[in-house]
Design a protein around this ligand. Structure first.
Ligand code: HSE
Length: 400
C-alpha cells in the first residue's frame, strides 16, 4: 500500500480524491499496489465528508511523515503553494501539480530542487487540463526540435466564446456558468484577460525551447473587448473567434510567444474546438504537425492528469524524469512588433481610406461598418498604419 497526500480540497483536489476512489482497482494495477490518500490538507472544515478524518490543517504533519513519498499540490496561487512544494521536494517527496501559475513563475527553481533531491516535480495538469501534452512533448516528441505551438489553452474563455457565438448567451451569463461548472480560476480575471493561457504558453515554450519565458514579458490579450459585432463580422469572413496561445521559433533560436484573440478560418481544425475543450497543435521538425484535443478544464478531467503524474512518480521512484529549463538568461523572447500575420480589421470610416492604408484582400460592409481581411503585415507595421488612418478602428485581430 502506497500512501499519498493532497494539498488543497478545491475543485481539482476533491476531483483527485474522487478519481482515487472511483478507479481504485485500475490505479492499484498501474501502481503495482493499492494507493491510499492518507491526508488532505485544507484549512476549511470538511468533517461532514465520509473521509473527513483525513483532513489536516498543519502542513508539517505531511512534511514530516516518511510514509508519504508523493504529494499533489492543487491549492493554486504562488505563496503557500510555493512554500509547501519546496518543502516537500526538500523532504524527498515528489510533487505533482495543476498549478500553472507556480510552474510558469518558479518552475525552473522547483525542478532544480527536485533534481538535487532525486525526486520528481510533474505538472501534466498545468496545461490543457485532462489533455496529455507535457508528457508527449518531453517523451514521445523528445527527438524533435519544436518549430511552433499553437492552441486553444483556456477552457473558460472557449466556453464563453462558444456560448456567445452559438447560443447568443451574454458574456456575463456564460462566465457565470463556467464558474458553476468549475472551469474558471478563483479569480476569473486570469481567464478572461488571457493570463491563464499566457502561463500555459510560457510553460510549453519553456519545454520546447529550453529556457524560461516569463509570463510578465509575454504579450497577453484576453477576450473582454470582443463584441457580438466582431463575432458577426468574423462569420461573414468565414471565421470564428478563438483565444489562441502561440509560440513560433525563428531560425536563430529565438521565438515569438503571445496570447491574443484570433479569427480562425472555419476550415482549421481549431475552429471546431468548442465549449470547455482545448486543442494544441505542436509542430516538430521531424514529426510535422501533431494535435492534442480534450477537456481543458473541470474537476475530473484535470484530476485525471494529476493522478496519472502521481502514478508515474510512484512507478519511477528510483529513476526521476529529466525535465528542466534555464532561468531566462538566454533572452529567447522576440518583441512581438516583428511578428508577421494576416489581419482582420473592423473600421468605421471611408472605404477608400481603409483600402489606401492597408493591403486589403476583401472588405465587407456589415451594419454600417467595414470588416476587412488584410494581407500579412508585422504587428508594428499594422499599428503604424492604423495610427495614421482617419476614422475609428473598432478592432484588429490576427487571422489564423
Ligand atoms: N481556468 C482554467 C481554464 C482551468 O478555464 O482553462 C484549467 O487550467
Amino acid at each position: 500500500m502506497i500512501k499519498v497526500a493532497i494539498l488543497g480540497h478545491g475543485t481539482v483536489g476533491s476531483g483527485v480524491y474522487e478519481v482515487f476512489e472511483m478507479n481504485a482497482e485500475k490505479i492499484a494495477l498501474a501502481a503495482g499496489e493499492p494507493v491510499e490518500v492518507k491526508y488532505v490538507l485544507d484549512l476549511r472544515d470538511f468533517s461532514h465528508l465520509p473521509y473527513g478524518n483525513k483532513f489536516v490543517n498543519d502542513f508539517s504533519v505531511i512534511e514530516n511523515d516518511p510514509e508519504i513519498p508523493v504529494v499533489c499540490e492543487v491549492m493554486g496561487g504562488v505563496r503557500a503553494a510555493y512554500d509547501f512544494t519546496r518543502r516537500c521536494l526538500l523532504a524527498g517527496k515528489s510533487v505533482c501539480t495543476s498549478n500553472k501559475e507556480l510552474v510558469a513563475s518558479k518552475g525552473e527553481e522547483l525542478l532544480k530542487i527536485a533534481e538535487e533531491h532525486n525526486v520528481n516535480y510533474l505538472f501534466e495538469a498545468s496545461v490543457g487540463g485532462g489533455i496529455p501534452i507535457i508528457r508527449p512533448m518531453i517523451q514521445c516528441l523528445a527527438a524533435n526540435e519544436f518549430n511552433q505551438i499553437c492552441g486553444i489553452l483556456n477552457g473558460t474563455t472557449n466556453y464563453i466564446l462558444t456560448q456567445m457565438i452559438k447560443n447568443g448567451v451574454s458574456f456575463e451569463d456564460a462566465l457565470r456558468q463556467a464558474q458553476v461548472n468549475g472551469y474558471a480560476e478563483a479569480d476569473p480575471t486570469a481567464d478572461i484577460e488571457g493570463h491563464d493561457a499566457c502561463r500555459k504558453i510560457c510553460i510549453l515554450s519553456n519545454l520546447a525551447f529550453g529556457d524560461k519565458f516569463d509570463p510578465d514579458a509575454v504579450s497577453c490579450e484576453g477576450i473582454t473587448r470582443i463584441t457580438l459585432k466582431d463575432v458577426e463580422c468574423a462569420d461573414r469572413l468565414g471565421c470564428v473567434i478563438k483565444l489562441i496561445g502561440r509560440a513560433v521559433r525563428c531560425g536563430d533560436g529565438t521565438a515569438y510567444a503571445f496570447v491574443a484573440p484570433h479569427l480562425v478560418r472555419k476550415e482549421s481544425p481549431l475552429a471546431a474546438v468548442e465549449d470547455v475543450f482545448n486543442a494544441i497543435m505542436v509542430e516538430g521538425n521531424a514529426t510535422g504537425d501533431v494535435m492534442f484535443y480534450g477537456k481543458g478544464a473541470g474537476k475530473l478531467a484535470t484530476a485525471s492528469s494529476v493522478c496519472a503524474d502521481m502514478l508515474d512518480c510512484i512507478e519511477h521512484r528510483e529513476h526521476r524524469r529529466r525535465i528542466s529549463w534555464g532561468d531566462g538568461s538566454k533572452k529567447l523572447l522576440r518583441p512581438l512588433e516583428g511578428f508577421v500575420s494576416p489581419w482582420y480589421v473592423r473600421f468605421q470610416g471611408s472605404r477608400a481610406a481603409l483600402e489606401a492604408a492597408l493591403p486589403c484582400e476583401s472588405v465587407r460592409e456589415v451594419g454600417g461598418e467595414l470588416a476587412a481581411s488584410v494581407s500579412a503585415l508585422s504587428t508594428g507595421e499594422l499599428k503604424a498604419r492604423l495610427g495614421k488612418l482617419e476614422g475609428s478602428v473598432l478592432s484588429a485581430m490576427r487571422v489564423l
